[in-house]
Design a binder for this molecule. Sequence first.
Ligand code: AMP
Length: 547
Amino acid sequence: MGVNGLMMQMPLLVSSLLEHAERHHKDSEVVSRRTEGDLHRTTLKEIAGRARQLASALTELGVQQGENVATMAWNNYRHLEIYYAVSGMGAVTHTLNPRYSPQQLIYILNHAKNRTVFFDQTFAPLVKGIAAHCPTVERWVMMVDEDKMPAELPTENVLNYEAILAKGDAGYVWPQFDENAACGLCYTSGTTGNPKGVLYSHRSSVLHAMVAGQPDGIGLCSKDTVLPVVPMFHVNAWGLPYLAMMTGFKLVLPGPRLDGASIYELLEAEKVTLAAGVPTIWLGLLNYVQQNNLKFSTFNKTLVGGAAIPISMIRALDALGVSTMQGWGMTEMSPLGTISKIQGPDLNLPKEEQFARIAKQGKALFGVDMKIVDEAGSELPWGGEESGELLVRGPWIIDSYYGGGGEKAFSIDDSGKKWFATGDVSRIDSTGLMQITDRSKDVIKSGGEWISSIDLENIAMAHPAVLEAAAIAVNHPKWTERPILVVVKRPNAEVTRDELLKFYDGKIIKMYIPDDVVFVNELPHGATGKIQKLQLREQFKDYQLPE
Ligand code: AMP
């Protein structure tokens, strides 16, 4: 080891983001659609003051540093205040995904030993159902105006958010502590087994936000207006609540209304420039806009992630003047690993080439190291046709699960570097552009080849009559597995099985073309908006392929 540099050690704390915002972006607006029904307006200065008050009130209530404090809430200003109050005081903001089953929520609340749970009034029935099974919880705090508290409360020990906050001291001073302290907790639900906790640190969250905002990342500045449709209850809304304080952009929070019409109304009324969400959300918005012949006046950039984006969606957004960025990552990665976007001279490429590029998952952000390995764990070269399991490492990537579990995902290579196996199968080209071909559990293994379900879905989605499609494996006596396509048609659109299969001609090698098409009214989606392939495979496990 050489000599130490002579620079200050200033811990990267979440509270430092808020202090920065309060000084430098105090008038930046935060607009929220509330469960009370109205549109609420505030500023970063007010949020900062209320977060300090809340932190002081929680301290008075006996909340300890290191304790997990849960939220079950939409994207709104109160949720933002809790993010900063809880993490800022040294406790852990534990966001619960209200779309999990009551059994999963009970498991998580018990596992995290939450004593305090904040909830939006929408989730009162959920609280009523689970409260008796959550012995560690001492108080349930309803996030609603005091005069709107319902006469009938969902359980005992329900407090009002505004009443608690009013007792706090706005002069509260954020404590300073080690940047490696935990600041947030989010449980991820694999396809099997109990959810596992991912515990973020102050350092990892601040570093992630710093890099995510860069021009080759999401690329945001103080002049933007950002609508995170991606929920604050899932991987911290991709870090946007932290980036908001760092950057000072105007933040528009959609609350409980995530349908196409409501999102469109907010985009227009609040002059949103960038919106972020999963593909299913944009399906709803695009349908609404196309059916009503509408246009966007300011909305021109979108960050889509959480599942692969079909090229047809990138094309449709482009036709409306919106350029798409694709983000790939996972709960275990805070979440951002790669971003795919077109910038600079690449804007002169033919549009279709641009779209094909964006449909790949993109290049790693600085800080994220990736490699692909074969089934024996040996590293595969970049630039070839080969795909393998994607492994990652970096300062905002999980080191181990909260309370253990999932140890198989971690490995140490010959040079002593630790890696996390993502469970995604991908290919990386010679320039470092990464493309996910499948979730390893969803790969279709046919006659010794791996057929990418994402490729099959992408082609189907480009057909004008297809609203949504999933390619899954069904058993085959000779080929082990063969792909079939499960399709939801657009309203009032027609397409037959044979027409759809013919649509694959020339777009993919013959043996990859699905053996059959099944039309359904709806595909099953999980708590984070992804198509539930496991459930589909279960549903079609005895499916008889045509001769
Ligand atoms: P979650 O932890 O629930 O956010 O899920 C992470 C998983 O979602 C990843 O491991 C991928 O399988 C999938 N995923 C996320 N973003 C993308 C993307 N842009 N393209 C394809 N799959 C994605």
